[in-house]
Ligand binder design. Sequence first.
Ligand code: CP
Length: 317
Amino acid sequence: MRSFLGKDILSLKDFERPDFFRIFEAAAELEPIARERRNTDLLATKTLVTAFYQPSTRTRLAHEAAMHRLGGHVTGFSDAKMTRAGDWYQESIKDTVKMLEYYGDVIVMRHFQQGAPAEAAKWASVPVINAGDGWGEHPTQVLTDLYTVQNEMGTIDGLNFLCIGDMRMRTMHSLSYALTQFDAKVFYVSPPEMSLTDDFKKELDAKNLQYEEADHVADVIDQADVIYMEPVVQPDYTKARQEASDDKSLTPANYQVTRELLAEKGRTDSIILHSLPRMDELPPDVDGTRHARYWEEAFNGVVMRMALLALVLGAME
Ligand code: CP
């Protein structure tokens, strides 16, 4: 098992099975602090720098909340337009990161360009955590999600995952890489223009992931233990920001999970995860069913970031 001390968290592609369990163990150890809404002094001498080149509610604030729970300090930017990276100068990742590394002990970066956090990690002398890069990956979200599955189902092995949404989405990439390390099967349901790319399928094949593709949620929901959702109506993740148009489309039934569908065809003990924000693929009346686990997932988002920060900054081994 690897040590996470001083390490970047950029991708789940090269995570091995014991790595997941070590992180889950650290998260479980720290969870009572967040559950009891306490702050500790575990990272009192450390500072987190947030560098967000794309909007975020959960990922940035969960990292910041995690740092506060551990007694650490936070600085950074949530709108690159107000920095030299987002104004006339368009300052490079290298030059920006060569500054940020002096302002704190770990950098959490979200960027619209796939690979930007990896580029930052090349130049930074402190760990870099990928908070979502273009259509690339979103490792801290998926660690949160799998920790939620482990807690709610008692296992990840032996489960069928139903992934619904846009398969270009960074969570879908990180989740698929992660599941290659478990005895899990995946059903993917997406619009044809948002389906798994041939190159990505080759990668999954090379890692022996068991998966099938289907056209309609209703055809496979009866086999799903974990229903993992993302919108199909969403912005372009390769842009720094995209404003909504007045004619936002509606989600076709193929990619929606409704209370009625769960009652008619879903497994009685299936759970739904959604990293949020959501559109109409997951109607609010599902929130009141026993299947909904996305609020627990959101709570775990803080716990998981506490674990990752504690591990990379050496407060836990
Ligand atoms: N789940 C997620 O990444 O949400 P934000 O875009 O709000 O960070």
